[in-house]
Design a protein around this ligand. Structure first.
Ligand code: SF4
Length: 286
């Protein structure tokens, strides 16, 4: 780790937990405190951050796959939400369900359900394998198509009624490009801006930071799509960008020669991880 040349460090205002992630983690920690001997699980990882998952495990809450559930105990639904059929299967098992789905994701699910029942084809712009998108697909009642890139719009079949939504952490610029192409192909398409405002602000801030700083460090889980997207946006601004997950990763990066370093973090990165990394950088300058 070489930080001797660093003259200025700027931490993004929007670095770290968004409202939905904070709410889900707070709910899980509250349950951990009061659960007694009860078995408590999360439906897959609660959020995409390994340190938070480790912390929850230490407090007796572990992520499980549906198949492992016996019907005893409590399960917490992740911030990204799940499909109605998954909820139904959990109900049938008889396990107690605590729903920590972010209210903004619930809003997108309800737009999808409303239009699917009115026979719209639903186009979801997002990452095909992301749990939020998989959950959203379940709300389309089989009328959904995931669009992962601009070229996929040209391969769509002809459709009469089209409703378009975005994964809440989708890149704003990418969504604008893809929805414009959809509008050209389907002029009557209903296009909903479902990108979360915290995502928008985080992305605008990183673009501004990329214009002011010499290099950018993005902190967050490698499995976190929104963290990876932030790093990609910073790279696309032509600035050297380092995506790290934990304080030890600082040893692997070389920022010697950069005077001004900007730091931001994904929506699922806890503040204590950000603090640890910023403190390590500041100490290494001395
Ligand atoms: S990014 Fe926005 S929509 Fe997604 S979990 Fe966070 S607050 Fe909710």
């Amino acid at each position: 780790m070489e930080f001797a040349t660093v003259m200025e460090i700027k931490l993004a205002k929007m670095a770290g937990f968004c409202m939905g992630v904070r709410r889900a983690v707070d709910m899980a920690l509250y349950i951990a405190k009061h659960k007694g001997d009860e078995e408590v699980y999360t439906y897959g990882p609660l959020i995409h951050n390994p340190q938070t998952i480790e912390l929850l495990k230490e407090r007796g809450i572990r992520p499980v796959e549906e198949i492992e559930l016996t019907g005893r105990g409590t399960i917490i639904i992740r911030a990204h939400g799940i499909s109605p059929s998954e909820t139904q299967r959990l109900r049938e098992k008889g396990i107690r369900i605590i729903d920590a789905t972010c209210p903004k994701v619930v809003h997108v699910q309800s737009i999808i359900r409303r239009h699917a029942t009115e026979n719209y084809s639903i186009l979801i712009i997002g990452d095909r394998d992301h749990p939020e998108v998989e959950g959203l697909m379940g709300h389309t009642f089989g009328q959904g198509i995931i669009i992962g890139g601009l070229d996929e719009v040209d391969r769509l079949p002809d459709m009469e009624k089209v409703c378009v939504v975005a994964q809440t952490t989708q890149s704003k610029d990418e969504y604008a490009k893809i929805s414009e192409r959809i509008r050209q192909r389907f002029p009557g398409a209903l296009i909903f801006d479902t990108i979360c405002d915290s995502t928008e602000k985080r992305q605008s801030e990183i673009k501004k930071m990329a214009g002011e700083m010499d290099a950018v460090i993005i902190i967050g889980g490698r499995n976190s799509a929104n963290t990876r997207r932030l790093a990609k946006i910073s790279e696309s601004c032509g600035i050297p960008t380092f995506h790290i997950e934990r304080v030890d990763d600082l040893k692997k990066i070389d920022v010697s020669g950069f005077g001004k370093i900007g730091i931001s973090a994904g929506a699922s990165t806890p503040n204590w991880v950000i603090r640890q990394i910023v403190t390590a950088i500041v100490r290494s300058e001395d």
